[in-house]
Design a protein around this ligand. Structure first.
Ligand code: HEM
Length: 228
């Protein structure tokens, strides 16, 4: 993939994007560490975590504090993204379009050897967009069900009480699903994928090599270099 642009970098992520990503790593890590031992309290590793974090009361409060921070970050993210797009300051480049679904099919055809070349992606490819929307919708589900579990008595005064065990099942299984998706899908894409191995550093440094941009996001590369 080395070409004329190798060694040159362009800015890909703002400070706000990098800050949010680092915060999600930290908060999601704390939420998993304090949530999973509550889901499987009799597993040896759960007991070890609970004991080393100061007991189950401390673990539950740590989880709720991280949950509040996570929910605030989600609200701030949506406010900045929607506000920025409405005011014309930023492009809503994560929005899904028909092209993304076509790209998913075309990429599979390319992998099977049925197409000569892969589809040309823009700023975000269909995998990145699907993962982003999974995180947003999953985050909304976790925040809503988390607050139902946080305030069960208040919720049961306003809404049917059956909502509380239902929220617990949703919260518990969505947490497991989110963990598995991050482990298998996200960590493969950013650590093990041959194109970025051993680590895609762009979301930490904010910069991406030009030759990578041209290879992975050719439509954005063309747009940036004025070749539309
Ligand atoms: C998105 C990341 C999150 C993950 C991975 C996660 C994970 C978990 C897990 C695995 C459980 C145990 C469920 C069970 O017993 O089966 C749990 C319980 C709980 N979670 Fe979360 N959670 C997340 C976000 C939140 C948020 C945003 C809140 C909101 C404050 C929250 C509040 C709670 C509460 C109140 C409980 C019940 C246990 C308690 O009373 O402390 N969680 N969570």
């Amino acid at each position: 993939m080395r070409g004329p642009d190798a060694g040159e970098y362009v800015v890909r992520f703002s400070f706000w994007a990098r800050f949010q990503h680092a915060s999600v790593i930290l908060l999601f890590g704390v939420l998993l560490l304090t949530g999973m031992p509550q889901k499987w309290p009799y597993v040896e590793a759960s007991r070890w975590v609970i004991e080393h974090l100061g007991g189950v009361v401390a673990v539950r409060w740590l989880h709720r504090a991280a949950g509040i921070a996570f929910s605030l970050l989600l609200v701030a993210h949506l406010a900045v993204a929607i506000g920025g797009a409405l005011a014309g300051r930023t492009k809503p480049s994560m929005l899904l379009s028909v092209k993304d679904f076509r790209d998913a099919v075309d990429f599979l055809r390319y992998c099977l050897g049925w197409a000569e070349a892969p589809p040309r992606f823009g700023r975000y490819d269909y995998r990145q967009k699907f993962e982003y929307w999974g995180l947003v919708f999953g985050g909304v589900v976790m925040a809503l069900t988390g607050f139902v579990l946080f305030f069960p008595i208040t919720v049961s005064r306003l809404l049917p009480a059956e909502l509380i065990p239902a929220a617990k099942v949703m919260h518990s299984y969505e947490a497991l699903l989110a963990f598995l998706i991050i482990l298998v899908w996200h960590l493969f894409a950013v650590l093990l994928s041959p194109e970025v191995f051993p680590l895609d550093t762009s979301i930490f440094t904010g910069k991406i090599r030009k030759d990578r941009l041209r290879h992975e996001h050719p439509l954005e590369y063309d747009e940036l270099s004025g070749r539309e």
